[in-house]
Design a protein around this ligand. Sequence first.
Ligand code: PSV
Ligand code: MN
Ligand code: MN
Length: 426
Amino acid sequence: MKIQKEQVVDFNKKEIDSHNESFDFLANKLSKNGHDVNSIVSKLAEFQVAIPSWALGAGGTRFGRFGFYGEPSNLEEKIDDIGVLHSLTQTAGAVSLHIPWDIPSDYAAIKEKADALGIKFDAVNSNTFQDQKDAAETYKYGSLSNLSQAVREQAIQHNLDVIKIGDKLGSKALTVWLADGSCFPGQNNFQTAFQNTQNSLIDIYKGLPDDWSMLVEYKPYEPNFYSTVIQDWGASLMLANGCGDKAYTLVDLGHHLPNSNIEQIVSILQLKGKLGGFHFNDSKYGDDDLTVGSIKPYALFLIFNELVYGMENNPQNPDLAWMIDASHNVKDPLEDLIQSLEAIQEAYAKALLIDQKALKVAQLDNDVVKCQEILQGAYRTDVRPLLEKARLNAGGVLSPINAYRSLDVRGQLIKERGKHTVATGL
Ligand code: PSV
Ligand code: MN
Ligand code: MN
């Protein structure tokens, strides 16, 4: 299934009048308030978010999995699905692979396919949270932190292998997320587990090509429910610092205890030049992996405010590896991802509308009310016409969900792949 340019053009014809009307109205208002609308639209068009190869099928929970018809069952088909997302939205120009779930059988062919669809290979993810077939050692009691040297060596070697695979595809970052930890007090010695993890990460870091970075993801619980070795940004930052300049912290929105001030975390990490990657999703309770912006859109906006500030004021921080890390239990995965991409762009656009100069003045005056008015004035603006314009300029459709449905993409996928397919890596 490939979306053709003519289909995009035809679809946009139906909505262009209404788009022009709402865009002109908004652009006029924003320009009068001193905003550079063209620059906002180009920033939106440039912003690309990687789609993880494991999010294109139904995810499921430990209580069961309800498949979604026409799911991709190999890497080629996953790339095709991202191609659909990218053709419609023009914001999904990258894929993040999970190894060994997605080892290419033919590197040249997969690269060629991705290139043709305008998709780059973003960070590669290692997997030491599952035992692999025929593996000599088990990760039941941890991987990089394990008390057994043989287990640690196997896990280190796996990460080095992942780097090699990513390198062949043009990736420039390795993301390490560990399930390591303990389920019960006393099970682990915290210091030994942390020290083993640090030493293992240093060994992996030594195998990192010069132009690569290592992203260390943290998570407070699950699958271990008493402790995880890399439980928070402090642990991640210490480990990254212990490795070197090319190691960074990766923030996943779902990996925080309730009410954590994530915007403050990303802000300070950027100040220190140590925020390397970002996983988008949303949650009500824990690592729920729900559609971005579906539960706490204001929190997402406040986080984007800090990200925008950091992108503009912290040259010491690298460009971030952006990725959606969501799972879909009841929605069509592609529709869910389209909604997430839209929510990300919306929060970004609203953050770009914050008058930073006026905010600074209000802060200096200790005018707390004014500070809030400035933030909420931006948040309350309906920025969707700006998103439409960015997509239109880039060759995408004005409204991706409408287009996806009117082109009956899922129906086509079912026709091509059959009903009872299961996405790999789930
Ligand atoms: C597990 O929590 C997780 O969702 C992490 O967020 C990783 O990024 C992802 O799996 C893939 O390893
Ligand atoms: Mn994640
Ligand atoms: Mn997660």
